[in-house]
Design a protein around this ligand. Structure first.
Ligand code: NI
Length: 390
């Protein structure tokens, strides 16, 4: 492990930042105090600070010379609507909100990297420190891109990071190509005809539609996708009926679809439409399908992935680099930044203990042991990509 000395000296400061943010979580597009806190710290470091992008987003700019080369390093700021159950000293002071995904740690590591890079002055070019709101659900990354992030702050590549409790502390994982899935949602509303449950021949039972549809939707992945293509179709909600002896008029099904490849995504949506219409026709009912594409897949570019792996190796050593992890179908709105710019998203190993609470668990707390590793990775990446003295 090679922790950068300036970063090692900043560990108490990063912990203090992290615990403050953890105790004061704010959710999507409401990160007003969080954004102000980050902006004040960046100003104190002497950076050029821009606020108001995507409402509560902050960009800090550190420039050395004007050679034109620039990269972006991105952290997210938002918390989740979860009631924290950790019982730790820095637990949430905001009822019903919690930093259960470690974005407090992400912000602290990026602040630490900004502080270390500002001290070291060992880069020729510009580093943009991007503090993004609303990663969870609301797509703050998309809004930042739409509001001109890359026009106002030109950069050749953008890099992201997420702590990953399933990987041991001291490791960094990523791969070229897809790393995390596209996230879509769907809602199926089927209207039959209500009736007395003892006289079902007098109605049209939408429960039957639901039972058939839930099974039929699983045939898409099993029977329509190429066996080496990846896709997930999960029905996660079934709503219908109020009592024992009444066949309801309507049933609603909801769920999510995850894919890596837009062609697979299109195929799944098309097959869902065919199946829903077909089952509805079979039972002489009306059914509608609302299919909504949310976050695209996180797809890392080849060169920038090589750069990320080189920076990772400089910090965690070759043994700590996981160069071809199995992708996950969880999603991440850094995908929007990667659609606009080349770049790479990495998983920072953050496991502690044999069974660390997972992301979004009410018992989760960011592992402070990896603050120095993540911040050192950022510093190594910036200094390797924008080398001084050339
Ligand atoms: Ni997260």
């Amino acid at each position: 492990m090679t922790i950068i000395p300036e970063v090692a000296a900043l560990v108490p400061q990063m912990k203090a930042w992290r615990h403050h943010l953890h105790a004061h979580p704010e959710t999507a597009f409401e990160e007003v105090a969080t954004g102000a806190f980050v902006a004040a710290e960046l100003r104190a470091l002497g950076l050029d600070v821009h606020t108001g992008l995507a409402k509560t987003g902050v960009v800090g700019v550190l420039s050395a010379g004007d050679r034109g080369a620039a990269i972006g390093l991105r952290a997210d700021l938002d918390a989740l609507h979860i009631h924290e159950k950790t019982g730790i000293a820095h637990a949430s002071r905001h009822e019903g909100r919690m930093h259960a995904c470690g974005h407090d740690g992400h912000a602290a590591m990026l602040l630490g990297a900004a502080a270390a890079l500002a001290q070291r002055r060992n880069c020729a070019g510009t580093v943009h420190f991007i503090f993004q709101p609303a990663e969870e659900n609301e797509g703050g990354g998309r809004v930042m891109v739409e509001e001109g992030l890359f026009d106002r702050f030109p950069m050749r590549a953008v890099y992201g990071m997420h702590n990953w409790p399933k990987l041991p502390a001291g490791s960094i994982a990523t791969r070229a190509g897809p790393l995390m899935g596209a996230f879509d949602i769907f809602e199926i509303v089927v209207t039959g005809q209500g009736a007395h449950a003892a006289m079902p021949y007098q109605g049209k039972d939408p429960m039957l539609f639901a039972a058939h549809a839930i099974q039929a939707l699983q045939t898409i992945v099993a029977r329509n996708l190429h066996p080496l293509d990846a896709g997930v179709v999960s029905v996660t909600q079934v709503h219908g009926g109020d009592t024992w002896n009444v066949i309801p008029e309507e049933v609603v099904l909801r769920g999510t679809v995850r894919t890596f490849d837009p062609a697979v995504q299109a195929l799944i949506e098309a097959r869902m439409r065919t199946l829903v219409a077909g089952i509805a026709a079979m039972f002489e009912m009306q059914a509608t399908l609302r299919y909504e594409r949310r976050y695209p897949a996180v797809v890392n570019s080849v060169d920038e992935t090589a750069h990320a792996l080189a920076a990772a190796a400089a910090v965690v050593g070759p043994a700590g680099v996981v160069a071809d992890p199995t992708p996950e179908m969880g999603s991440e709105d850094f995908a929007y930044m990667l659609q606009a710019k080349p770049g790479c998203y990495v998983w920072l190993g953050a496991g502690k203990g044999p069974e660390p609470p997972g992301l979004h668990s009410p018992y989760y707390d960011f592992n402070d042991e990896v603050l120095a590793i993540g911040a050192s990775y950022w510093v190594a990446l910036a200094e390797q990509q924008l080398p001084a003295g050339r």
